[in-house]
Each structure stands twice: as C-alpha cells, then as structure tokens.
Design a protein around this ligand. Structure first.
Ligand code: UT7
Length: 324
C-alpha cells in the first residue's frame, strides 16, 4: 500500500516585511542579509496563529481535490511553534475544518518536520479507513524570535503548506532516510520550559526565545545534506539524474547552492523561494511544492520524481524520494 499526493495548499500572512524594513529595527543592512542568506523579504503574522495558517493551507488543498472532509482519516501537523502545548495544532485545525472523523496530532522535528510527518503519514495510511489524510507544515516563527537579535530575527518567516494524501495501491514513496542527533541539539533551541512548581527553587535563567549557532548549523547542513541525498537516492536504486527537482528546506540560498555544487547537479533543479518567505521551518518544503504546482512546473500525474530534504533543530535531517 502506498500514498499519493492529490492536492496541495499554502498560505502566508499578508504582511510583508522587507530587509529595508528590518534596518529600522536592527543593526543590519539589506546588503548583508541578501549576501549571506539570499532573503529579500518575509511574511510576518499580525495576529493569525499557527493553527490559522495551517487551516487556510488545508482548506485550499481540500477545495482543490473537492473531497468530503468527513473522509479525512488523519491530520498530522509538523510544527515547532504550536498555538498551545495542548490542544495540538492539528486538533485546532480539525475543529476549524469540521473534519470530525479524523484523528489529529502534532509532531515536532523543527525544520525537518514536514519530511518526518510525510513519512509517518505513509505508515498511517495502511490503517486508514477512507483513504485520505492531511500533512501540514505550519509555523509562526516570528513569535519565537528575539527581535533584538540580528543574527536570528532576519532569517525566519511565517507560513504554512499542506498536502492532501490518498491511499494508493502503488507505492509512490520510493525511499526515505531520517536521522537525528540529540547530542548537538543545543545548537538550535527555542523557548525553554523548565520545571516550575511550588516545590522547586527556580533561580535558573530561562531561554525565552530562539537561539542558534548559525555557523554550526550552516556547517552541519552543508556537510550532511549531500550525503543524505546520495543515501536516499541509492536506497531507491536510482541516480541523481532520475530526479526532476530537489526540494531542499529553504533556510539559506548559500546552503542550497553549496549542496547543488557538492552533488554536481545543475542549480535549476533546486527551485527556491527563500528570497520571498525567509526560513519558514517545517512549512518551507510544502509551500515550495505548492508554488511549483501552481506554476505548472510540477503536474500531479505520477511522472515527476522529486526529492525533499529537511534539516534543522534536534538536530534532525531527513529526505524522501517521491514520484508525484
Ligand atoms: O532551518 C535551519 C536552521 N538555520 C539555518 O539553516 C541557518 C544556518 N546558518 C546560516 O545561514 C548563517 O550562519 C547565518 C546567515 C545565520 C550567518 O551567516 P555567517 O556567514 O555564518 O555569519 P556569522 O554568524 O559568522 O557572522 C559574521 C558577522 C559577525 O560580525 P563580526 O563578529 O565578524 O564583526 C556578526 O556579528 O556578521 C555579523 N552579523 C550581522 N551583521 C549584519 C550577524 N548577523 C548580522 C546581521 N546584519 N543581521
């Protein structure tokens, strides 16, 4: 049994913040941001939360496929910026969609979240009754940021992307490779939740925002992602030439360019949109996929082979090779 993507959706808040806008807030320049990251602007929420963005993306996919929401068996949301610790963002979206027959839960694998969630969804589909499931990557990263820290505040944006899956006889997921390395987890962490009750003495300083050692993450990703891609391709017994598009987590244009160079694959097989959205964590790959489908560069006819690769907090990294 396998899964196939039958529709996609994406949503970003309407408020666009350019690098020049950020020059008024932080000791930074448009030139520095563009040179080091490729980012020109990002969309920032002015109130819509993670479940709202995810809901709009999911609604778009459901409308496109024109299926009855009652047939959706599960909703998995990849996020590191949930509305609440509980209820999960997935349950909030289930309520907004009226998808009453679906079970719903979040997973957190930071910027690798969408790839992890899609792999989990494939396994869940074996037990699905009606044969439909939603996988959503949704983030309001702006609420995790320290807006006085120029080394992180310029990098991230808010947004959501979604795929609607249908059970299929043929397995369209050709291979997957997922990795985690908790030992290096503190290179990228966000919002510490320490034990706080009347029985503990809490003198400890708590991390209220996202903190990242950018250089460590840059080196980790440019070292691990080419290896990860080769591992995934080898597992499916195909070659890099068989892949139409490489959808790499949109963290930084320089990372994507270096990965393409290391693999000796033409850069035009690595579509990007980090320029306009910044790093939207678990939402970056599904937003990009939806954009390529809207531009008709990808058609959902079972003839396009794409490799999705995510990396980030945890540390986590993972890839899927999929025919869509
Ligand atoms: O989703 C996955 C998680 N994140 C990532 O993938 C991020 C990976 N890392 C990166 O993309 C890059 O490391 C950054 C873009 C974050 C930083 O680029 P870098 O080339 O590694 O710069 P750096 O941190 O080594 O900083 C170089 C200089 C420093 O000044 P000094 O010490 O050389 O005087 C920083 O203080 O640039 C300074 N700097 C800035 N200057 C202007 C740092 N941030 C800024 C800024 N504007 N926004």
């Amino acid at each position: 049994m396998g899964v196939k993507i039958i529709a996609t959706g994406a949503y970003v808040p309407s408020y666009r913040v350019s690098n020049t806008d950020l020059e008024c807030l932080l000791d930074t320049t448009d030139e520095w941001i563009q040179q080091r990251t490729g980012i020109i602007s990002r969309h920032i929420s002015q109130g819509e939360n993670t479940s709202d963005l995810g809901y709009y993306a999911a609604k778009m996919a459901i409308e496109q496929a024109n299926i009855d929401v009652a047939k959706i068996d599960f909703i998995i949301v990849a996020t590191m910026s949930a509305d609440y610790n509980t209820p999960s963002t997935a349950c909030l979206i289930q309520e907004k969609l009226d998808a009453n027959n679906a079970f719903a839960c979040d997973i957190n694998a930071a910027c690798s979240g969408f790839v992890y969630a899609l792999h989990i969804a494939r396994s869940l589909m074996d037990y699905s009754t009606n044969g439909y499931g939603l996988v959503i990557g949704s983030e309001v990263m702006s609420k995790l940021l320290n807006w006085n820290d120029r080394s992180t505040a310029i990098l991230f944006g808010d947004g959501a992307g979604c795929v609607l899956l249908e059970k299929s006889v043929k397995s369209n997921l050709l291979s997957h490779v997922l990795h985690s390395d908790g030992e290096k987890g503190l290179s990228l962490c966000a919002v510490e939740n320490p034990v706080c009750n009347p029985f503990v003495d809490n003198e400890k300083e708590v991390l209220p925002f996202l903190r990242m050692n950018g250089r460590d993450i840059f080196n980790f990703s440019t070292r691990q992602i080419p290896t990860l891609i080769l591992e995934t391709v080898e597992k499916a017994e195909c070659t890099l030439d068989d892949i139409d598009y490489f959808l790499i987590h949109q963290a930084n244009l320089r990372i994507i360019e270096l990965v393409a160079k290391k693999l000796d694959v033409p850069l035009d097989k690595f579509p990007t949109n980090v320029e306009h959205y910044g790093n939207t964590s678990s939402a970056s790959i599904p937003i990009l996929l939806d954009e390529l489908i809207q531009q008709r560069k990808i058609v959902l006819n079972g003839e396009c082979t794409i490799l999705m690769a995510g990396f980030g907090g945890g540390l986590t990294w993972g890839a899927l090779l999929i025919r869509i």
